[in-house]
Design a protein around this ligand. Structure first.
Ligand code: SF4
Length: 377
């Protein structure tokens, strides 16, 4: 989630607003939305104050070069910062629903807390109202969104009501869908197309349960996956490439092919060097270039079972060339950077690059700037 330094109208409430430039107020203003007007001069600030005095009390001003028209934001005037929830020009769009979780994964990028953050539910629904141009896909993350139970359903139905052409993606460990009562409440007759992004880390319970630090999680997740199949939901399996997972990756691929052939695809993901991953560096910091044979083997197994798969958060120079067609530019826009070593690399435009915080953590492999002739060799 981006936070940008801003000078905000004193007294502006910290709730959802849509950013609009001064010139576009007339074409975008609606009485039931809150607008944060991005001003460029004192004259524009005075103009907003006059409009407020005239009755347009849903206008507030902000000074910040980093905000864009259409941003859906929450301003915090006392802190002098604006949180950008959604940005129209981004490729990937996601809303954070809770920081609570029922797992405790070794490489969790967003370490869970127990604090009551149920206000995020209303914030998400308010964000839908303030979106100017509906995204094709909107992701929901946590924590574990299924801990919201019926309130997750409410969020999904609200998205369908405001933006019927937007597809939802829910990142969930799926464990709570082993509870058939909850599964029915959340999934039965759902009016929106949802893709469930479910992490699975091994073919065996003791490995998966170790990675997610939760005894019994493997059985619950597999049961949840079968429930998603029963409700004809689309599933992408997510496999984060840390050492305990890489050690069993071909076995996991075989398990998926034999037991979960209904999954739409498997996403192999480079580990994000942040959160618990930094504390569990021994298990999480891997040089993917040393595991290329394992990645190719897992890919071969999935191909044999006709299960599509892709590689996310993995730069091209960390992958064997044969897997490049399966590599995806997946890192969220605001987290995505390229290193100085990437300058002039001939495959940069197709490469996922790195997480912005790789300097504090690690790179997924030593970077290898590609010359055009090496690429075509
Ligand atoms: S050098 Fe940089 S741009 Fe080139 S493949 Fe590696 S990470 Fe990607």
């Amino acid at each position: 989630m981006r936070k940008v330094k801003s000078v905000i109208q004193p007294g502006c409430e910290p709730r959802v607003h849509r950013v609009v430039s001064y010139e576009r107020i007339a074409s975008e203003w609606k009485p039931d939305l809150s607008f944060l007007v991005s001003i460029q001069s004192d004259n524009e600030r005075v103009g907003i104050e006059q409009l407020r005095t005239a009755g347009l009390s849903n206008l507030q001003w902000v000074q910040c070069e980093l905000l864009e028209d259409g941003d859906v934001v929450v301003p915090h005037s006392a802190k002098g910062e604006t949180v950008v929830l959604l940005r129209e020009s981004d490729t990937h769009h996601a809303l954070f629903l809770t920081n609570r979780c029922n797992s405790y994964c070794l490489m969790c990028s967003q370490p869970p807390t127990q604090t009551d953050d149920s206000w995020l539910i209303e914030e998400a629904i308010d964000a839908f109202r303030h979106i100017r141009k509906a995204p094709q896909v909107l992701g929901f993350t946590g924590g574990e969104p299924l801990l919201l139970g019926l309130r997750l359903r409410r969020i999904l139905e609200a998205l369908a009501a405001f933006h019927p052409n937007t597809k939802a993606e829910v990142l969930s460990n799926g464990r709570l869908l082993s509870d058939q009562k909850l599964a029915k409440e959340v999934l039965d007759g759902l009016s929106i197309s949802v893709r469930w992004l479910v992490p699975l880390y091994a073919h065996a319970d003791f490995v998966h349960d170790f990675v997610v630090q939760s005894p019994g999680a493997f059985d619950e997740t597999v049961s949840g996956l079968l429930t998603l199949q029963a409700y004809q939901q689309e599933v992408q399996l997510r496999v984060v490439l840390i050492e305990p997972v890489l050690k069993v990756l071909p076995d996991l691929a075989g398990f998926v092919g034999r037991n979960l052939p209904f999954v739409r695809e498997v996403a192999f993901m480079g580990c994000e060097p942040i959160g618990f991953a930094l504390a569990n560096r021994d298990s999480c910091e891997v040089d993917l270039s040393k595991w290329n044979d394992t990645l190719e083997q897992a890919s071969r197994v999935l191909r044999r079972h006709a299960i599509p798969h892709l590689f996310m958060n993995a730069p091209l120079c960390a992958l064997p060339k044969g897997l490049w067609p399966s590599a995806s530019k997946s890192i969220s826009d605001w987290k995505n950077v390229y290193a100085a070593d990437c300058e002039g690399c001939s495959v940069k435009s197709d490469c996922s690059g790195l997480f912005a915080w790789h300097e504090k953590g690690w790179k997924p492999a030593p970077l290898k700037n590609m010359k055009a002739k090496e690429v075509h060799a």
